[in-house]
Each structure stands twice: as C-alpha cells, then as structure tokens.
Ligand binder design. Structure first.
Ligand code: GLC
Length: 739
C-alpha cells in the first residue's frame, strides 16, 4: 500500500516531511552557530583519513573537503593584482575557459605609492569581489616582503621598503577582501627578499632587523587585518624552510601573534614530513614544483602531509593533538569562506572595477621631476605629440610569474594617450625607439600582440629622433617589463640600469627635443644617467587594465599626481645598504649585514644623497607646511602627545599632499636610523585651502626591538619629530622628551 504521499508528492514537499520528522541540521551545518562550535562538531565527526586529506592539495590550486559530511573543498587563486585564469587540474597550463578574464589592478608598488589606505580598501573590495565571483575561497595575496634591493625580481608585487607604510597599506586590503568571504593569504612569510636561489637560500638576519623591518607588515596584516591565511616563504630562516619553521610559524605567528588562521605553503615550499608536522604548516600545496613549472604529476597522496603523515599517526609517531590543531584551522577557514552563507556574490570585469583600477593607478603614479612645468601637457595646444618606446605598446598584464593575468582588455600607454590627445585635436605619432622583448605569452596566455621589428637599433633611434624633431612634445615610455631578469618572479635583475640600451634612446631624444618626458613602466628603481638632460620624469608602475587611461589622466592633467615613492631610487646600486654592507644575492645563505639600515634608513645614516628619495613625489600644485605644535614637550611612558601641523595648497589647482611624520631618537644607546616613518596623512586641498593634520605620538612609536630582552623598548631621552614632504624634504621639526 503506497503512502498518501506517494500520490501527492507536493504534500510531501509542503509538509517538509520525508518519511519522518524534518532533520535538524547538525551544528557544523548550522550557520547560526558560532564558528568554533561548528569546528568542534565537524572535527568530532571526521576520521583520521579525512583529517589528513584536508591538509594538502588535491589539485594544482585546490585541497580536499570532507565529501561524506558535505564539507566543501578549498579553492585558491593567484594573485595579488587580479584573479588568475583557470589552469588544468594538475598543470600550470591554461584550462582554456572562456569566462575567466579579469580586471588587472595596478601592481602593489603602485598601490603603496598612493600612500592612501582608502585606496587599499577600494583595491581589496574590488579584487575580493572578483575572487568571490570566480568562486575562490583563498586569494594568494597580498605580498608584503620588504624592498631590500632594487634587483629583486618580485618587488613589483610588494609594498616598498618601509615597514610602517606597508603595515598601514596592507590592513584595509586584507579586511576588504575578506568581507567577500574570501581569505586573504598574506605572503611570503618571511624574508623572501630575492629570487636568486629562493627555494633554498638561508637568510641570516639579526633580530632587530627581523622585528623592526621584515615582520611588521605581516604582523599588521594578521593582528589588525585579521588575515585568515598566511603563505610560508620558499627560503630558509635559521636553517629551516619557512613553510615549516619553528621560529616564524610556531613561536612568532601562532605564538606571539596568536594567529588562528591557516599556514599555507608556497607551491613547492615543503621539504620534510617531520618538520611540516611539528613546525606549524597546515596546508601543503605544489610539492615537487618550483612554483612556476611542472612537478611530479598527481603526487598528492605522496605529499609530506599525506600518506607519510597518516603512517606516522597510525604508528603513534605523530600525535593527534597536533593533527587536530591543523584540522581546526582548515575547518575554520572553510566556515569563514566556502561554508559562509552570509557572503556577497561578487562581480567580475565590472565598470566599477575598471574605474577602481584607473583611480588607484592615477593616484599611485609618481611625478619624479617636472622642470619648467613640462607636465601637464595641454593637448589642445599641442599639434603633434610623439610617443616613443616599446613599453608604450607592450601589454604588461601577461608575464612576471604567478601574478600573470588574462585580462578582458588592457589599455596600453599609447592607446590611452592617443584617445585623450586626439579627442583634443592633438595628433599622436609613435616610434618604437628600441626592441625589448617582442614575445607575449605566459603559461599559455597570449597577448596576441605582434611586436616583431626588422629595423636595426640604430635605425630605430634615427627614426625616433627624426620624428622628435618634428614634434611639439615627446613622451618616451620605457622602463622594465615582466620578462625573465626584469620585474619577474623566479630570477633577479642582472643590472640596475635600464635594459635594451634605452639610455641611448633617451639621450638622443633629449638632444632632439627639449620638451621630453620619460615615463617609466616598472616595479623597481633604475639608474638615470640622462636625468639632468630630461626635464620631466614620471613613474607609472605596472598599472593594469587601465594603464593607458590613467597615464593620460596624469599627463594631460585630468588627475593631479599625488603618488609618493614607496622605495628609494639610489643613484648607484652601491648606495643601497644591501649592496654596500649586506650580501646579495649570497650563496647558500645570504647575510643581511645592513641590519635595520634598509632604504632611506641607510641613506640618512650614511648621508648618501639618493636619486629620488623614499616618500618623494611632485604635484602640479605646491604646498606649504606651517604652525607645527606639540601638545606637550614631555611624553610619559603609557602617555601620548599630539603633533599638529597646517598644510596649505599654495598653487592654483586642487591637489593632494601626503604629510609624512618621521621620528628620530636623538639620545639612543644603540644603533638607530636618523629617523623612521611613524605617520602619514594624505590631504586633498583646493587652491588656497589650509587643513590641519594631527598625529598622535605614543612611546610605541619611539620604540625599538631590544634583542637582548626580546621585547620592544622606548628609551627615555630626547626625540625629534620631522614633518616632511619626503624623507629628504623635511619642512618642520619639533622636539620632545620621553621620560
Ligand atoms: C608561486 C609564488 C606564489 C604563488 C604560488 C602559486 O611560486 O611564489 O606567490 O602564489 O606559487 O602560484
């Protein structure tokens, strides 16, 4: 006899009955329950095999869930600048999807150069929405490794040389990404400051430099940003690989900082089962690859945290307590992301994201030099504009390593300049000037550009010079690119100077036409032997899908540049601390002998004039600083004092200025830099407008890491506050004592 419900399935549906009372969801399935309760409930239901399975990859970019319990997999994606196109299950090569083009946001050096945490928030929100839409649970970014040397191939992916700037700029990015239910995975923890021998080099650095320079941005990302994931670096520290490192992961990250998230290995960064069990690794990816090329196919069961771990658990060699801590972290990640039912739905390639990319790029570009007001160009009174250089036409969103992208469209500098100029009646002509890297593909993504060239280098220069003599203004667009030994993962630069003999082209153009602007598309400092013969220089960075439009906005004055350098441009490589005193790239180990004297800290202390200083950036208007006031001349331990200063726009157009506060310890018992960045505020001012900016100064801002005591110390004595427009452009000073 069939039940009544067999005739009336709709009844069954409406009453919710399915052969018995409606089942209540188990706690781990119930989104109304606290995450920690769900973690414990899920953990209690998992078998040993299921626990081990969630601790390592099952494919190139995913790790297993618990199918039996309906706990989903974890899907990761590169990278810090945009959502990487889909690759094959077990290959780096393209999966050939047609729905995975993305918005390329500016490189993180450009974001840092905005010195505007609101831009970080906009960036994190936008890229987080794209990751969410692509249904990714972990974004493998941002990167915050400190800029130690101008030769590091991956500096373009990071936020510069100063720990305070990187700390302030990384927090909003992490917070906004994670509001999408996508984990930010801050990388590469830690001391990954070069690409040479990156998989094995043992970094030797003193505790002061570790705590004062190389860790702060990671600490801010974890403790203020609330990062749900951290990626271990490839290199070693104290002889242990950073992906399973007792000091960095157990003592500092999970101990001192109480990190409750997941430590994910870099791809191929795991080398030992015992260490990966005991030294803080939670999720193993990419083993047997070098992070860029193929490894052992389908080796997942043989991963260090796979069968070998299971065997040690079965023999009792490994304890379940350590296992459960790892599994809790992975479950917590899953409940925060894949099983988070509150997360928004994201969006991809939206006009809002393109607008965000353009705005961040325009605000990050740095006007390094502008003698005689060559910029902004007035397109309506410029009859013919000559644009020279391969970087005016070469797509930069493809290449560079794991941050390489497949964009729907990339507006190149020439395209953007031409669109804006011709709209104002200005003719734009182009000359190649030089040949750099005419190839255009990475990991199976092809730019489709034909950059082939038959003319000789001499002919290219001759043609560019001839055109320059006929032009009202000339813009040379050069710099570096995303090819090997340039701004690219996996190798470091071989020279500090511009590649492809660009210096010769620039010299020739400068001789042919005085109204020359050099635009650098790059992620690193470069030498400029031609600087005194070129009136205007603009650092345009790798600025993503809207690069050309953002460049045109600045060149033609729709945007008044307000970017400031996030790292120093030394005149010569030897003027950089790592090259003067430290080792680079070292051998099996690399000694950071320069210690805390990184970037401007070295230049200040050794009185070495930089080509362009950390924090330097010009505007189309000008600013005056006045009326510095300290709320007190005496600061007590546990107290604070306020420093106020007026900033006035003394020019004839609106503009934004970054007021920078550096502080120096004038009576220090130990070695300290002359001054260190301890505050900054970007203010937008109308012509003639004055705003007052205030900074709160606490003993914490005055402290250094006392490696004899293992803690931060602010020593009593005299301090100087330097209110500056750049690290080498001090406008006002104030003095106070710490009691
Ligand atoms: C790469 C990079 C890392 C990236 C990962 C996955 O080698 O070091 O930044 O997220 O592997 O592509």
């Amino acid at each position: 006899m069939k039940s009544i419900f067999s005739f009336f399935p709709v009844l069954l549906f409406l009453t919710g009955c399915s052969g018995g009372a409606a089942e209540k969801p188990a706690p781990y399935q119930d989104p109304s329950r606290p995450i920690e309760e769900r973690v414990e409930d899920a953990l209690s239901r998992m078998t040993l095999e299921e626990k081990v399975a969630v601790l390592h990859a099952q494919s190139k970019f995913s790790s297993a869930g618990v199918p039996r319990l309906g706990i989903p997999e974890v899907w990761c994606t590169d990278g810090p600048h945009g959502i990487r196109p889909e690759v094959l299950w077990d290959e780096w090569d393209q999966a050939g999807w047609t729905n995975d083009s993305c918005t390329a946001f500016p490189a993180l050096t450009c974001l840092a150069a905005t010195w505007n945490p609101r831009m970080s928030a906009l960036y994190g929100k936008s890229i987080g929405e794209e990751a969410r839409y692509r249904e990714k649970d972990v974004l493998l970014g941002p990167g915050v490794n400190i800029y130690r040397t101008p030769l590091n191939g991956r500096n373009f992916e990071y936020m510069g040389e100063d720990p305070y700037l990187a700390s302030r700029m990384v927090v909003p990015y992490v917070q906004e990404v994670q509001k999408n239910g996508v984990a930010a995975c801050v990388k590469h923890f830690a001391l990954n400051n070069q690409e040479t021998r990156r998989m094995s080099v043992d970094v030797v650095v003193d505790d002061r430099a570790l705590y004062e320079i190389y860790l702060p941005a990671f600490k801010a990302a974890v403790k203020e940003g609330g990062a749900w994931a951290v990626m271990g670096a490839y290199n070693k520290y104290k002889g242990q690989h950073c992906c399973h490192n007792e000091y960095l992961l157990n003592r500092i990250l999970k101990g001192e900082w109480a990190f409750d998230g997941v430590v994910i290995s870099d791809w191929g960064g795991v080398h030992d089962t015992e260490e990966s069990i005991e030294n803080g690794l939670d999720l193993e990816f990419g083993t047997w690859t070098d992070g860029l090329r193929a490894g052992t196919r389908n080796a997942y069961d043989n991963y260090y945290l796979a069968q070998p771990y299971l065997e040690r658990l079965r023999t009792g060699e490994a304890d379940v307590k350590t296992l459960d801590d790892k599994v809790r972290r992975v479950l917590r990640l899953i409940f925060r992301t894949a099983m988070n039912t509150q997360k928004p739905f994201g969006s991809l390639n939206s006009p809002e994201h393109l607008a965000a990319a353009r705005r961040i790029a325009g605000e990050g570009m740095v006007l390094l030099k502008n003698d005689g007001g060559v910029l902004p160009l007035d397109a309506s009174s410029t009859k013919r504009l000559l644009v020279v250089g391969e970087n005016a036409v070469k797509m930069m969103t493809v290449g560079g390593g794991s941050s390489s992208l497949k964009v729907r469209h990339e507006c190149t500098p020439l395209e953007g300049l031409r669109a804006a100029a011709e709209a104002a009646g200005c003719e734009v002509v182009f000359e190649r000037g030089y040949v750099g890297d005419p190839t255009g593909s990475y990991n199976g993504v092809n730019t489709g550009q034909d950059l082939s060239e038959t003319r000789s280098a001499e002919q290219l220069i001759a043609d560019a010079v001839a055109a320059a003599e006929q032009a009202d203004a000339v813009i040379f667009v050069g710099g570096l690119n995303k090819s090997d030994f340039q701004d690219c993962e996996g190798a470091d630069r071989k020279q500090y100077g511009l590649p492809y003999a660009q210096d010769r082209v620039i010299e020739a153009l400068a001789a042919a036409n005085p109204r020359l602007t050099v635009v650098l598309v790059s992620g690193n400092a470069v030498a400029m032997p031609w600087l005194d013969r070129v009136p205007a220089v603009l650092e345009a960075w790798f600025s993503g899908s809207e690069a050309g439009n953002a460049l045109a906005d600045v060149v033609f004055g729709q945007v008044n540049p307000s970017g400031k350098l996030p790292f120093t441009f030394p005149v010569r490589l030897e003027d950089n601390g790592a090259h003067a005193l430290g080792e680079f790239p070292g051998g099996d180990s690399v000694r950071y002998n320069e210690s805390i004297f990184v970037g401007y800290r070295w230049h200040d202390t050794k009185a070495i004039k930089p080509l362009f200083a950390f924090g330097h950036g010009l505007s189309y208007t000008s600013f005056a600083y006045s009326n510095l006031r300290l709320s007190s001349e005496k600061l007590s331990q546990g107290g604070s004092l306020t420093l106020g200063v007026d900033i006035t726009n003394t020019g004839d157009r609106a503009g934004a200025e970054v007021v920078q506060l550096y502080i120096g310890d004038d009576e220090s018992l130990c070695m300290r830099p002359v001054k260190e960045l301890k505050g900054f505020e970007k203010v937008l001012l109308e012509p003639g407008e004055t705003q007052r900016v205030e900074f709160e100064i606490t003993p914490e801002a005055l402290s250094y890491y006392d490696d004899t005591k293992g803690r931060w110390v602010a020593e009593a004595g005299l301090f100087t506050a330097y209110v500056s427009a750049a690290s080498d452009d001090i406008r006002l000073t104030g003095h106070f004592t710490l009691k």
